[in-house]
Ligand binder design. Sequence first.
Ligand SMILES: Nc1ncnc2c1ncn2[C@@H]1O[C@H](COP(=O)(O)OP(=O)(O)O)[C@@H](O)[C@H]1O
Ligand SMILES: [Mg+2]
Length: 361
Amino acid sequence: MNSNSSASNVSSDVRFVSVEKKFGAATALHSLDLDIERGTLFALLGPSGCGKTTTLRLIAGFEQPTKGHVYIRGKDVTGVPPYRRSFGMVFQNFALFPHLSVAENVAFGLQMRGVGKDEIGKKVAAVLDLVALGKFAERYPRQLSGGQQQRVALARAVVFEPDVLLLDEPLSALDKMLREQMQVEIRQLQRRLGMTTVFVTHDQEEALTMSDRVAVMNHGRIQQAGAPKEIYDRPRTEFVATFLGASNILQGQVRGRDGDDAVVDLAGNLVPVPGIAAADGLVRFALRPEKITLNPESNVRASVKDVIYRGAQTFLYLDMNGMALNAVLQNAGAEPVAVDAGASVGLSWDKASMIALEEPA
Ligand SMILES: Nc1ncnc2c1ncn2[C@@H]1O[C@H](COP(=O)(O)OP(=O)(O)O)[C@@H](O)[C@H]1O
Ligand SMILES: [Mg+2]
């Protein structure tokens, strides 16, 4: 039994407690807390250099924390080297052994672990079926497409049933169509195996498509973690609101109260905003472009600066008394939305779509 009570959560497969990682004087991670439940697909999402790979390497044991503790399956593994941890890993450049067949590539890790020949045969066949490559067992990597090679890399990472599967931007070398297909395939594979998976990406759509939970990182900190829908619908900071999807970040002056709502002066329009306790002062909030609709009856007016037709949607660039605002309208009707640059339009939105923002930590 581990005496540290913070590790006693048995349903948590990966846990960081106040993990700090410095490289020389530079701090890559600031006191990171992380809790990844067993069986979930957890995405680490953030811009280049925010500390995603470092987090993954700390789980694998390729890096050790400067401070704090890493737990896997409730066991403190801080200081434990990679070969004593149980993880499978796929990188962006998932180098397969070119001189080994698909089956041999997948068998390699099992041979290293001293698994018997018969069992290796069975496991390799089973996992290749799982990734729909049963018929390709005798081929060599150069005889496979990029997507097939990627599936071999996945098969190789999961064949020995590791505690955790670590994926570091595994799809970023693939073209868009293949990447979207592989996102769904990895998701399905992960569901079937029920394997705790930590997935690193800088692509917000990929994170939304694939994961059960997302942690949005910036400058070595997790700004917000939660279900994709929660992060998208209730971002707490400007960074999260703009990194995950597009947002209008608006600032207004609180003029008073209307029941539970603050009444905010937004570029000369008085609008109700829920979730703000203050009766005065400046407030900042996010409003997603797709939450804005055109309403000729509305007193909230804006002039149309630009109209961009994008097929399924039409993007409007608006000016509301000097405040820039973007709207995205769905082209749900038989004809696309008819608005011209220079027009004056009325705008509406559900007040619950206005999300008050905190300043980042
Ligand atoms: N081995 C290292 N030595 C020095 N600095 C490093 C090392 N690895 C990462 N860093 C720094 O730590 C920060 C986070 O890097 P990384 O985890 O690779 O970010 P990401 O994967 O999100 O792009 C960056 O500023 C990077 O330059
Ligand atoms: Mg990285």
